[in-house]
Design a protein around this ligand. Structure first.
Ligand code: NDP
Ligand code: OXD
Length: 311
């Protein structure tokens, strides 16, 4: 007599694994959901939801049908030798992150527009100095990456009345957003640069010293994509030389940013600890379960990572 094994949906989060498991079980009581550490037979694991998975962790999971990333950026899932090329990697699309990313970009836009960074510096010098107001339209913002997050951010900023341009691999037609394909030309007319790109071979080192120098004097830089896309030392040099006004960085080549790094001391650099847009568990679980259903029905699934383009 043969017994039928119920396939397992395994969960291996960097934190709050129990919360993830509970959220899956509450929404899908018929699905066998287990923390990966509790799985007795790795052959039973058919799907896994995970993030920052240690090298080799996927190797014992011989019957994986799909990997669900607990985030949007999937660089750590690619180029691994413990994950077969045929196992689809499914990333999150928005799942509550787009609004947060917009808030993050808006904070920088208002900082520049209303001079909140200058007032912080003035306060440090006991200086009372009102600065002239300006219109939203006068602030020229460029968003790099017009995907799920960047597209939303650019559209919302345009709806707020800012002058918004965007850059992506393929042409986009987003309301109020002028698409531009030539990055260097675009940088030269940008006062606020907001980068929300995935990390790929093409975007690694994209914002290097000479490219950052194309930004006009007084420009401000936001990076919420990945730290390896921007030359941090070059950025700090351009701020210190007075060419750039400042920056708001969420992502760094090494995270956490080491306490000894001189970036911490730069008064014109706002640092946030990779906190621009959090994964919201309930929204993420809801989306993963919907995508799981689609996979099992043989439908196409939004967020399936294209391993060749690497996002
Ligand atoms: P998407 O895949 O939906 O969008 C990526 C965008 O980048 C697309 O518009 C794509 O162009 C564009 N792009 C990719 N490569 C290039 C290139 N070489 N040249 C020009 N444009 C390029 O991703 P999301 O919007 O969901 O997420 C973007 C990134 O944000 C994530 O990969 C992650 O790194 C980061 N992130 C950061 C968070 C944080 O808290 N700091 C939170 C979540 C995500 P096209 O549309 O033509 O394909
Ligand atoms: C993500 C992130 O990619 O949190 O989702 O950085």
């Amino acid at each position: 007599m043969s017994t039928t094994i119920t396939p397992i949906f395994a969960v291996a989060a960097t934190s709050q694994t129990e919360k993830w498991v509970d959220a899956f079980r509450a929404r899908a009581p018929d699905l066998r959901v287990e923390p990966l550490e509790s799985v007795e037979n790795p052959d039973d694991v058919a799907w896994i939801a995970t993030w920052e998975t240690a090298p080799g962790r996927f190797a014992p999971l011989k019957n994986l049908r799909a990997v669900f990333a607990m985030g949007a950026g999937v660089e750590k899932f690619l180029g691994r030798d413990d994950l077969g090329p045929d196992v689809p990697i499914i990333r999150l699309n928005d799942a509550g992150m787009a609004q947060q990313m917009y808030d993050y970009a808006l904070y920088a836009a208002l900082t520049v527009l209303r001079n909140f960074d200058q007032y912080d510096r003035d306060k440090a010098n006991f200086t009372w100095k009102p600065r002239a107001p300006r219109t939203h339209q006068s602030l020229r913002i460029t968003v790099l990456g017009l995907g799920t997050l960047g597209g939303y951010v650019a559209t919302r900023l345009a709806a707020d009345g800012f002058t918004v341009a965007g850059w992506s691999r393929s042409r986009k037609d987003l309301p109020g957003v002028r698409w531009h394909g030539a990055l260097d030309m675009l940088l030269a007319e940008t006062e606020l640069l907001v980068s929300i790109l995935p990390l790929t071979d093409e975007t690694r080192g994209l914002l290097h010293a000479s490219r950052l120098a194309l930004l006009p004097r007084g420009a401000y830089v936001v990076n919420a994509g990945r730290g390896d896309q921007l030359d941090l030392n070059a950025l700090l040099n351009l701020i210190d030389s007075g060419h750039l006004r400042g920056a708001q960085l969420d992502v760094f080549p090494t995270e956490p940013l080491p306490a000894t790094h001189h970036a911490w001391e730069n008064p014109s650099l706002r640092i946030t600890p990779h906190a621009a847009a959090f994964t919201l568990i309930d929204e993420a679980v809801e989306q993963m379960l919907d995508k799981l259903g689609r996979i099992e029905r043989g439908e196409t699934v939004e967020g399936t990572v294209d391993r060749l383009r690497a996002y």
